[in-house]
Design a protein. Structure first.
Length: 387
């Protein structure tokens, strides 16, 4: 056992505790030559550690020729293990070096579609900062909003033995089966940006209904009575669904019920890897037709920043002035250190969402009780698109 200068036991790494446990069983004859040693998975469960940690313990046993690892079969006590004193001497000689090499941090896998300055970059920063301050390493995979990529990212992280996962689900009509599997297996998992309806997965997100309700009321308070709504398809994407509901409820409470013609929910260019010339041109044409069909509308709630850019381009190309002729509000915006932002918008507290997600994940790893849903507050920031 490692000891400090004062002679007190040191807090040795978890992989070394597992090594010592198995080493004692071999030393005392409880595990004999040819006996099967518990697997990485079994040791991870027994000692409440990640498979990365249990794997290192088995690799260390193999390094000292105490066990033989056979591909596809497992680990077995060596037929001729080295003398116990030789192992003890070797451990004494290089134990301090191993301690320096392995801090035994927990490993957190982060899966998200993509990130940008308008939304996502600060979320990642918040997760990384909170991981670092809590002794966790962060690994990241981008899915580019592709369902197969998302499934493979989750499977890869689980195979690699991460302790827990933070997932920003992609946009889509159907739930990812790998996320459902994690929930059923009670794997430590936290969703960010949105929750999954009917699925008991921990989630940290903005109250999108309230944020859209507030944005819409900002326009209604200015005297607008027919307000349009633009978004990507809302099906089974709770963040977009809740924004649409917030807009609709705000209008109804003011005595005006939006009709289907007032909604444009078939845009795509703001989805990850879709904001390119071809897709933007398609959305420009779609938005142009929408504006032409609704000459009575002079105010719009837009569910995403890039779509607000598309709408702004359409209006300016017609010779319209913003905010004199049309007013626009939206969700999210890149930082504007010089002058007001382009659009009046909902500012989500991305960094706090990221931090809170890590805190919830650590609670799950420590088997502590935690609420299923965690809502982080938002702000309305005034920009140049309203007056």
């Amino acid at each position: 056992m490692h000891r400090s200068e004062a002679g007190k036991p040191m807090d040795i790494p978890r992989y070394e505790r597992i090594f010592n446990h198995l080493y004692q069983k071999i030393k005392e004859g409880e595990l004999k030559a040819g006996d099967r040693v518990p697997s990485e998975k079994e040791l991870a469960v027994q000692f409440n550690v990640s498979r990365i940690t249990s794997k290192k313990a088995l690799e260390l046993l193999s390094q000292y020729k105490l066990v033989e690892r056979i591909q596809g079969r497992g680990s077995f006590v060596a037929d001729a293990p080295p003398d116990v004193q030789d192992v003890a001497s070797g451990r004494h000689a290089d134990g301090a070096e191993e301690k320096r090499d392995d801090d035994e941090w927990r490993t957190v896998g982060l899966v998200l579609p993509d990130f940008a300055d308008s939304f996502g970059a600060d979320l990642v920063r918040g997760i990384e900062e909170q991981c670092a301050s809590n002794g966790c390493r962060m690994m990241i995979k981008l899915t580019y909003d592709n369902r197969e990529n998302e499934q493979e990212a989750i499977r890869s992280f689980v195979r690699w033995g991460v302790d827990g996962l933070i997932v920003f689900p992609g946009h889509g009509e159907h739930y990812n089966s790998e996320i459902l599997r994690l929930v059923l297996d009670r794997f430590p998992l936290v969703l960010v940006d949105r929750y999954l309806k009917g699925i008991p997965a921990n989630a940290v997100y903005t109250d999108n209904w309230k944020a859209a309700f507030d944005l819409t009321n900002l326009l209604l308070d200015k005297g607008f009575r027919e307000v349009g709504f633009l978004s990507v398809p809302a099906e089974n994407t709770t963040a977009v669904e809740d924004r649409l509901r917030g807009y609709t409820d705000a209008c109804i409470q003011r005595g005006w019920t939006p009709m289907p013609d007032h909604l444009l929910t078939s845009l795509y260019s703001s989805l990850p890897q879709s904001f390119d010339t071809a897709n933007v041109q398609i959305d420009l044409d779609t938005v142009r037709r929408f504006v032409d069909m609704n000459p009575e509308m002079s105010a719009f709630v837009v569910a995403e920043y890039n779509l607000a850019l598309v709408l702004r381009e359409v209006l300016l190309s017609r010779g319209s002035r913003i905010p004199d002729d049309f007013q626009i509000v939206c969700f999210d915006s890149p930082g504007q250190p010089l002058g007001p932002p382009l659009f009046t918008h909902v500012r989500q507290n991305e960094r706090e969402i990221g931090r809170r997600a890590v805190e919830v994940l650590i609670d799950l790893l420590n088997r502590e009780d935690t609420e299923l849903h965690h809502i982080v507050g938002h702000d309305i920031v005034l920009g140049s698109s309203t007056k």
